[in-house]
Every structure is written in structure tokens, then in C-alpha cells.
Design a protein around this ligand. Structure first.
Ligand code: C2E
Ligand code: CA
Ligand code: CA
Ligand code: CA
Length: 280
């Protein structure tokens, strides 16, 4: 490596340039990925903690890239948000997850399974969202109450009147709303009263400490209690071990989701799970 100010610049520039080229390449490829059928959904079980029964799934997006293999949504969702591709991609996710849920609704021995779908801020704000949800529900025949839309607190930092109106329209369709990553964002608790939220998903960062630190335990206890008092359903996210499960059970946290129960599964593996009632 070269030394001195100029040298450092030269070292910095190529890598910066490479990163930009990669971003542009990913962006270009991503716009083709949807048409090429490279996007897929995986499904992670949501489990009733007292009975350990699967009550539904969260749909999680995957990009099956021809050279890079399975690409994480953490790598491409932020890019898709930035360039607007999240709108057509999100529309596809809604249609596919709802279609899948309707198919499972009629066939699963586990009974009435719910489906959760993540909706990003930009997708939420798009004028077509309510229509897209209504349309996918109507075409699939899925009972609206089996669909949960997962939104984040960052929505409350946007135009609050518009957000409020749209939340009302979505509730009118009969779907459920969950507040994802609860506790990590712009948490003004008054929004829990102001908006018809059904579910709080306690972020993994809180669950990580529930069995190992007093403060961690106290935080999860407080959020669980808040949920009970406001008649909100609570899901513990990123539940990874038996100690956490025990702690959550003792706190009467009703629902859990995490590797301890199951990783996100392909549709085929999710069906196997439903048929045999345990991890494939
Ligand atoms: P999220 O909505 O908070 O989803 C939960 C993430 O935690 C998923 O990561 C899941 O695989 C992971 N996870 C679940 N249990 C555990 C656990 O026990 N331990 C650990 N370490 N991780 C666990 P994934 O699938 O990589 O998704 C990351 C994020 O990408 C999601 O976070 C969500 O914000 C976003 N995302 C995924 N699919 C979609 C989508 O269809 N639309 C939108 N807008 N965003 C999506
Ligand atoms: Ca989520
Ligand atoms: Ca989450
Ligand atoms: Ca998250």
C-alpha cells in the first residue's frame, strides 16, 4: 500500500468506487429478479407459547441469485426502498403470501393459520396499497382476519394524518396490524392508543437479554404487561433458546418466534411442518 495523503486517497477511491459499482449492479439485477422469478418467500412459524402450537407464519423475502445464492433481504430491501422497487416487489410479496395462506387455510391440519407480511414505509405510503391488499384478499378467498400486516414505528414519523387514514382503511378490510421491532424506533406510546394496532412484536434485542440480565428481564416484563393492559397481542421475536422460552412463559408472553422453534422455511418445508407437527 502507498503511504501519505495522496496514497491514502488512492487506496480509498477504488474500494469506494467498487462499492458504488456493486450497488448499481445489484440495483439493475434486482429489477430483473422479480420478472425472472428469482424472488421467493420463506415462512417462519409463530408459536403459541403455552401449547407450543404453530398459529401462523411470517413471510420473509429471499432472493435466489444465480451466482450469489440466497441473498438476505437486509442486503437488498434498503436498496429497493431507496429506488422505489420495493413497491412492485412488495406487491408481489403480498399476492404470493396471501395466495399461499389461502391454500394452507383450506388444507392445513393445524387449522386456521395466520400469515404475517412485512410492509415497508414506502410501500405503505404508495396510493395503491389498500387496493392491492383488498384485491389479493378477494382473489385468494383468504379470510381477512388471517392476514397481519407488519408495520414499524418509523411510519409514525411520517405524515400522521395520512398514516392514520390509511391505517383506518386497512382495518376496514378486516386485516390485523402488528407493530414490528417494537421498542427500537420512534416509540411514542401514545400511538398505541391512537392507532388500532393488534399486536406488538418485541424486538429480538430485548429477547436476547430476557434470561441473562435483570434489566433485560425487566424490559420484557414491562412490554408484556403493557400489551396485556392495552389488550394487545404480544410476540417475542428472535427467541433462540430454552432459557428464554422459560422466562417468557413465566411472564405470560403469549406468542414467540425464533430459531428455538424454527428457522424460516421454504413453502415445502413449512407444509411438512404442518403435516408432521414438528420441525422437518
Ligand atoms: P423482521 O421483519 O424483523 O424479520 C425477522 C428477522 O429475524 C428475519 O430475518 C428472521 O429470519 C430473523 N430471525 C428470526 N428468528 C431469529 C432468531 O432466533 N435469531 C436470529 N438471529 N434471527 C432470527 P430476515 O429474513 O433476514 O429479514 C430481515 C428483515 O428484512 C426483516 O426483519 C424485515 O425487516 C425485512 N424483510 C424481510 N422480508 C420482507 C418483505 O417481504 N418486505 C419487506 N418490506 N421487508 C422484508
Ligand atoms: Ca417482521
Ligand atoms: Ca421484527
Ligand atoms: Ca428487524
Amino acid at each position: 500500500a502507498k503511504t501519505g495523503g495522496k496514497g491514502r486517497l488512492e487506496v480509498f477511491q477504488p474500494s469506494h468506487h467498487t462499492a458504488m459499482l456493486q450497488r448499481d449492479a445489484v440495483r439493475a439485477e434486482l429489477s430483473g429478479a422479480l420478472d425472472a422469478g428469482q424472488l421467493q418467500l420463506h415462512y417462519q412459524p409463530i408459536v403459541d407459547i403455552p401449547t407450543q402450537r404453530v398459529i401462523g407464519f411470517e413471510a420473509l423475502l429471499r432472493w435466489r441469485h444465480p451466482e450469489r445464492g440466497l441473498v438476505s433481504p437486509l442486503e437488498f430491501i434498503p436498496l429497493a426502498e431507496e429506488n422505489g422497487l420495493i413497491v412492485p416487489i412488495g406487491r408481489w410479496v403480498l399476492q404470493e403470501a396471501i395466495r399461499q395462506a389461502a391454500e394452507w387455510q383450506n388444507r392445513s391440519p393445524l387449522g386456521r393459520l395466520r400469515m404475517s407480511v412485512n410492509v415497508s414505509v414506502r410501500q405503505f405510503q404508495h396510493p395503491d396499497l389498500v387496493h392491492d391488499v383488498a384485491d389479493a384478499l378477494a382473489r385468494s378467498g383468504l379470510e381477512p382476519s388471517l392476514l397481519t400486516l407488519e408495520i414499524t414505528e418509523s411510519l409514525f414519523a411520517q405524515d400522521i394524518e395520512a398514516t392514520s387514514r390509511k391505517i383506518g382503511l386497512l382495518k376496514d378490510l378486516g386485516v390485523r396490524l402488528a407493530l414490528d421491532d417494537f421498542g427500537t424506533g420512534y416509540s411514542s406510546l401514545s400511538y398505541l392508543r391512537r392507532f388500532p394496532i393488534d399486536t406488538l412484536k418485541i424486538d429480538k434485542s430485548f429477547i436476547d437479554g430476557v434470561a441473562t440480565s435483570l434489566e433485560g428481564h425487566a424490559l420484557v416484563a414491562a412490554i408484556t404487561q403493557l400489551g396485556q393492559n392495552l389488550h394487545l397481542e404480544v410476540v417475542a421475536e428472535g427467541l433462540e433458546d430454552g432459557d428464554q422460552l422459560q422466562a417468557l412463559r413465566a411472564l405470560d408472553c403469549p406468542l414467540g418466534q425464533g430459531y428455538h422453534f424454527s428457522r424460516p422455511l421454504s413453502a415445502g418445508d413449512a407444509v411438512k411442518l404442518m403435516l408432521i407437527g414438528k420441525k422437518p
